[in-house]
Each structure stands twice: as C-alpha cells, then as structure tokens.
Design a protein around this ligand. Sequence first.
Ligand code: GSH
Length: 200
Amino acid sequence: MLTLYHAVQSRSSRILWLLEELGADYDIAYLDIPRMDGSGCPDPDNPHPDKKVPALVHDGELITESIAIVVYLTDMFPKARIAPAVGDEGRGPYLSWLAYYAGIMEPVLNLQFMELGDHEGLKRTFRGRAEMDQRILSALQTSDYITGDTFSAVDVIIASLGHLIREMLPAGDVVDAYLERCGARPALGQAKAKDAPKMA
Ligand SMILES: N[C@@H](CCC(=O)N[C@@H](CS)C(=O)NCC(=O)O)C(=O)O
C-alpha cells in the first residue's frame, strides 16, 4: 500500500501528478505545514523527520525527498514508461536531470529568492541562474521535453516549477509552449482535483 503525505499546493502536489501519471493505487494523507505567510504549523501526523512534504510510505517504509520518491515510484511502475528502466537507453541523462534539479536548481532558485545568489563561493559551487536557464533552454530548443521527445518524470518536476511560479523557469515562447504541453496532460488535471481535501 502506498500513502502520500501531502499538503495542499506544495512540493507534494508534483508527487500527486506523478502518481496519476503512473496509474498508481494510493491513499492521500492531507497534512498541515508551516507556510511562508506565517499560517500553518508542523503536523503531528507527518512521518517526515523534518515534518516536511512530500513523504511517501510504502508497506510501512518511509521515503522522503522528492527526487528519491520519483526514482522509487518510477522504478516501481516501469510499465507507465515515464522513466527509462535500469539498462534502458536514456537512464543516464534521466538520473542526471533529477540530480541536477535537487543538487543545483533547488539551491540556485532558493538563493535567488533570498537574494543571496551573488556570493562568489556559491556561484563557484552551483553556478547561477543564467547557467541554469541555459541548460533548460538548450534541452527544450531541440526537443519537446527535457530528456527528449517523450514526456518523463523529469518533466513532472521541472514543469511543476513553472506551473507554480512562471519566473522559476527561463522566459520565452519555448518554455511557454513546454509548460502548455505538460499542463495539458490528463494526469495533471486528475492530480489537481485531488490536491485539496473534499469538503463534506
Ligand atoms: N528537498 C525537499 C523539500 C521539501 C520541502 O521543503 N517541502 C515544503 C513544502 S513546499 C515543506 O514541507 N515545508 C514545511 C516546513 O519547512 O516545515 C523535497 O523536495 O522533498
């Protein structure tokens, strides 16, 4: 049994999208989290050690960190074909993009948001927003999706950023069209319908 620990319109929303893409059978445990506007608080029912979301529990085992959850789930549902399996062509770039998101894009975007991105040491470590934008544009100028001509779980992660806040991805028509393409996926509509708990 799979249970997604989820807070409305948060980083766990993209895992909802992924679960819908995979056609998975899962439960959602809706949780509270502290929000930037000062609302919300850590939820005692959250199994995440830092009380963050997403958290996934599979048959009693806890998986945290979005990218670990993406790899875990896409490996679990290979027939959905939204990730190259071990031994398939494209597995290397697929994993590289997921790691690039967690290791570079998250810090670069957070540091930019906090207006700390100009520090020389940080730039040396992560490069910067310009380099990140160039990577994404280079990928999308030659193909419809980040890793090629077919949609993958990398697109769930990267398009979710732009769907939430357009400025988190490079400006321009290429990315606009990409976001529209990803936004039209039926699984995203199904995930949005489940994002918030239904009120009785
Ligand atoms: N690197 C983590 C980040 C998780 C994260 O920061 N989640 C936010 C929601 S968007 C959260 O739970 N915040 C509540 C808190 O910081 O207490 C991941 O991708 O899973």
